[in-house]
Design a protein. Sequence first.
Length: 255
Amino acid sequence: MAFIFITGSTEGLGRAAAQALIGQGHRVVLHARSQQRAAALADLSPRSAGIVLGDLRSAVETRSIADQVNAIGRMDAVIHNAGIYTVPSRSPTPEGHASTLAVNTLAPYMLTAVIERPRRLIYLSSGMHRSGTGPLHDIDWTERRWDTTRAYSESKHYVAALALAVARHWPDVMSHAVDPGWVPTRMGGVGAPDDLEEGHRTQTWLATSDDPSAIVSGGYWYHRKRQAPAAQATDSAFQDQLMARLADLTGVSLF
């Protein structure tokens, strides 16, 4: 039985992963953005190991999430599931990109640094990360014109590189990135072609399995098959440059 924390577990892939892991008998710590959003977990919370609250768009609240998790106990695994795709019509300002970067990249980075180190770390990336190689000096989109798809792709590229950097620097931790596919969640839309069950199966497997392939760190996965990520994400020099940039933006050093 493993102790597992899942970010963004009120709906979609995070909720599906939580349901599966709880059903398997694992102790799962759930996460909701707010007390209001936590109401969506009413059916799962009695069988969970607790619920932590906090908005990943906020650095202060992200640190609070880490503190809440640490107060519960050391996790065996953390699944960095939470993610957003900002719609231009809803947020036609640079703040939209700031939210995308904060939730998809800065929050996983900060939580990795502050949560007591688990045995396994799983980060949700995307197949779109392959078109997300971008300039690190403008990671926060202060110079470029608004591009929602590009911002999302870059954020998922950075989190894939983060997962691989952790695998390189922390040999005692099994760290992986996962492409869950284009699945029919609120973000993916009802017409998404991939299967929701397959969308969460890889990360729950990586969080708990002792299969020989699951315990070799530094993988990028799609539907339980190891794949090649974007070449830049595997480049140690790029990883180190990215880690330095994220440290500058968050005030938190990871390595």
